[in-house]
Write a protein that binds this ligand. Structure first.
Ligand code: CUO
Length: 678
């Protein structure tokens, strides 16, 4: 028995050591470098035929359904059948994940990629598909496969704004880019946000149209696809429904803070029965298929052929009823409780809905259908054959202010559930023996900077005209890096979880928010675990270490150059196999604030990690660095048992009921520096 325990301990220690080893960056080996290069090449100029001859040659006589090795051959067989029958979405057509047939075809391709038993089959099947399957379906299926295959760990995908610049820049920029190529003149083209200052919604376009925000959102939905079949794929997505709620809740709260910085009221929830007050003119063009549809002001929702407004109201009513009764029914008519632990996760699955929805026929497809209704609002019956709207792609959805209104509607339903739960008790909030004494924090300063989007993939490769360097220059929000130091006193050594939040202090009239009214607008800015010694200690943290964010993405051209140099042995390329594509942009960690300074409050709560921990991993394991909004992937469980957003997710009666010794709050000021030098 004793040796069994010893052996068990050794196994645990070995796996801990392994986990430690995989953290951080290590030099990439030759095999990895070749794979990284090949995947990037597959994503270049996807609208044209593959111009990497060696890839084309590789699959000249390759039929994946015959030559490939798959764990399950059904998806590739089906795909080949449709391909040979020429019934698949043609190349050049616009792919939307919200379109059922488009999605089902894409899933067949994704499953072929996921079920490929070795790299050879995966890669050859991808090269085969690159020139034969619709490019939108291909890039999406490939991206999700790269994010989930073990042999792709650490491979970096090009940012969406470089794969499809058309989705992110205005038509004007595209026109100028073509001119630059025709005249063979390298160019940097300035791009403005959509609309004019006469449209108050445009004052916050710097957030909705931020390419980093859109990339984060698109990648979140690739890490947690609503169509994910966990059992079939053998990859669980722990607390996926709750993450759907929490990540979007935080996005709306952050949007509201930007609105407050600009003296705009908080965003109103969308109602399917009322007109949509603010229109949206995306000013973007598909490569083929025309302009993204625009929506004039005060437009009403209309029934689509297969989605009716009345059904949306019924879904909403049934969901509200389930929330009030604290129970949902599943397909077998059984009641599943919406309790304090799992309720929010179940509701997330039900409202998005994901494959895990307890009863999709009854509770419907509230959120996904709303995306489609908004996307098709100006051509509901397809009379004018308009292409999909910005709301019908995760890459472009946040550009439309109505995105935040839709998600506020959904978020209010989640809030209704949370508000019906009992407030946290003192026992749930406190950490006996641990006291926060002080908090020092550096200056919080934001500014605008310029950022260049590489337009390489926007322009076709042509025989006569070589490529020229063309960039779109956009303005974006950033902040000065800041640090903070938390002074803590403890009567013993403990492993403590730190949750750090920021909320507005005053409303538009200068009146202070109460602790309960400010709750929905409190944003998480960091969460981590640290050792606290007995006696007094100081915990230091940098803004760049935040668990909410990821740093700026490297351009694909630069990455490809570095991979080539490493393959030639001229440079070492480091790879972090835990690295996430999903993560809020570091630049946007703080709201803009105001140039005369805007008051906020920061909050921290320190809790006993030993009581809430889930995994047997080192306490400071960071799960790829963007845990707060992007959860965990790679087969781990979410690392703690607390509700996401704890302790601000439940009602708070008063400051006295709420604040305990292990919490601390402090007034801070965020100043927007309009004279920042680039
Ligand atoms: Cu992310 Cu609606 O779920 O856009």
């Amino acid at each position: 028995m004793k040796w069994l325990l010893t052996l068990g301990l050794l196994v645990v220690l070995a796996s801990l050591a392994q986990a430690k080893l995989t953290r951080g960056s290590v030099p990439a080996d030759h095999e990895f470098l070749v794979r990284q290069r090949d995947i990037i090449r597959l994503c270049m100029k996807v609208h044209q035929h593959n111009h990497y001859e060696e890839q084309v040659d590789l699959v000249k006589d390759y039929d994946p359904s015959v030559a490939g090795k798959f764990k399950d051959v059904t998806p590739i067989k089906k795909l080949m059948k449709y391909y040979n029958a020429k019934t698949l979405l043609p190349r050049g057509d616009i792919f939307s994940l919200f379109h059922k047939e488009h999605r089902e075809e894409m899933i067949l391709l994704f499953e072929s990629f996921l079920f490929a038993q070795d790299w050879d089959t995966f890669f050859k099947t991808a090269v085969w598909a690159r020139d034969r399957i619709n490019e939108g379906q291909f890039v999406y299926a490939l991206s999700v496969a790269v994010l989930h295959r073990d042999d792709c760990k650490g491979i970096i995908l090009p940012p969406a704004y470089e794969i499809y610049p058309h989705l992110f820049v205005t038509s004007e920029v595209i026109d100028s880019a073509y001119k630059a190529k025709m005249t063979q003149t390298p160019a940097t083209i300035y791009m403005n946000f959509t609309g004019t200052v006469r449209n108050p919604e445009q004052w916050v376009a710097y957030l909705g149209e931020d390419v980093g925000l859109n990339s984060h959102h698109a990648h979140w939905h690739m890490d947690f696809p609503f169509w994910w079949k966990a059992a079939e794929y053998g990859i669980e997505k722990d607390r996926k429904g709750e993450l759907f709620y929490y990540m979007h809740h935080q996005m709306i709260a952050r949007y509201d803070l930007e609105r407050l910085s600009n003296w705009l009221p908080f965003v109103e929830p969308l109602s399917f029965e009322e007109k949509i007050e603010h229109g949206f003119y995306p000013q973007t063009t598909y490569r083929v298929g025309g302009e993204f549809p625009a929506r004039p002001d005060n437009f009403h929702f209309h029934d689509l052929e297969d989605i009716k407004i009345k059904d949306m109201l019924d879904y909403t009513r049934r969901i509200k009823e389930a929330i009030v009764k604290h129970t949902v029914i599943n397909k077998n008519g059984e009641h599943i409780p919406l309790d304090a632990v799992h309720g929010i996760d179940i509701l997330g699955d039900l409202m998005e809905p994901s494959v895990e929805s307890p009863h999709e026929d009854y509770y419907g497809s509230l959120h996904n259908y709303a995306h489609i209704l908004l996307g098709k609002v100006t051509d509901p019956l397809g009379k004018f054959d308009l292409p999909p709207g910005v709301m019908e792609h995760f890459e472009t959805a946040t550009r439309d202010p109505a995105f935040f209104r839709l998600h506020k509607h959904i978020d209010n339903l989640f809030k209704m559930h949370k508000d019906l739960l009992p407030p946290y008790t003192k026992a749930e909030l406190e950490f006996p023996g641990v006291k926060v004494l002080d908090w020092e924090i550096g200056n919080l300063v934001t500014y605008y900077e310029e950022f260049d989007i590489d337009m390489l993939n926007a322009l076709d490769n042509t025989v006569d005209l070589p490529n020229v360097e063309v960039k779109a220059r956009v303005q974006r929000l950033n902040h000065e890096p800041f640090t903070w130091a938390l002074h803590v006193e403890s009567d013993k050594e403990v492993t403590a979880a730190f949750r750090v939040f920021l909320g507005p202090k005053q409303d538009w009239y200068g009146s202070d928010f109460t602790i309960n009214t400010v709750r929905p607008y409190v944003i998480e800015i960091d969460k981590f675990v640290a050792k606290v010694v007995a006696g007094k200690s100081v915990i230091h943290r940098k803004s760049s270490e935040s668990s909410v964010t990821i740093p700026d993405r490297e351009t694909t051209t630069l990455l490809l150059d570095r991979v080539d140099l490493a393959l030639d042995g001229k440079e070492t390329l480091n790879v972090n196999k835990d690295e996430r594509h999903c993560g809020y942009p570091d630049r946007l960690l703080l709201p803009k604030g105001r140039k005369q300074g805007m008051p906020y409050q920061i909050y921290v709560i320190v809790t006993d990690f030993e009581k809430e921990k889930v995994n047997d991993l080192p306490y400071d394991y960071d799960y790829g660095g963007s845990l707060s909004y992007c959860g965990v992937v790679g087969g781990h469980k979410y690392p703690d048992t607390k509700a996401m957003g704890f302790p601000f997710d439940r009602r708070i009666y008063s400051r006295e009921d709420f604040f305990t010794d292990n919490m601390y709050t402090k007034d801070v000021t965020i100043t927007f520096n309009e004279n920042h030098k680039h």
